[in-house]
Design a protein around this ligand. Structure first.
Ligand SMILES: [Fe+2]
Length: 104
């Protein structure tokens, strides 16, 4: 069983940090799955197979969102920054720059 999510000896890490690392790994896996489905959907010619994969990709959106919400509840500064970036309109880089100033 791989333990790639740890960059420090796991036995030295508090339980909360190990859980955080697992959820980061999970978030990455959900993002990868979204990307993999995007590619498969783009090339699939069979209408029914494509519909099934589109449905599966929506599940991954939900999983990604739940993982992210869990992580944001652990890191209020991260939430503060994302509130200034996500679900906004206009220039994303500008929003990112403004978000950075909200946390110090
Ligand atoms: Fe998933």
């Amino acid at each position: 069983m791989p333990f790639d999510q740890y960059h420090e000896p796991p036995e030295e890490l508090p339980q909360k940090t190990r859980t955080f690392a697992r959820m980061i790994a999970s978030l990455i896996e959900e993002a990868e799955a979204i990307g993999w489905y995007e590619q498969r959907i783009a090339v699939e010619k069979n209408r029914q197979a494509k519909a099934i994969m589109q449905n599966a990709q929506k599940e991954e959106f939900k999983h990604f969102g739940m993982d992210l919400e869990f992580l944001l509840r652990q890191k209020p500064d991260w939430r503060t920054e994302l509130k200034a970036i996500l679900f906004t309109k206009g220039d994303i880089v500008e929003a990112g720059e403004k978000a950075e100033k909200k946390v110090d």
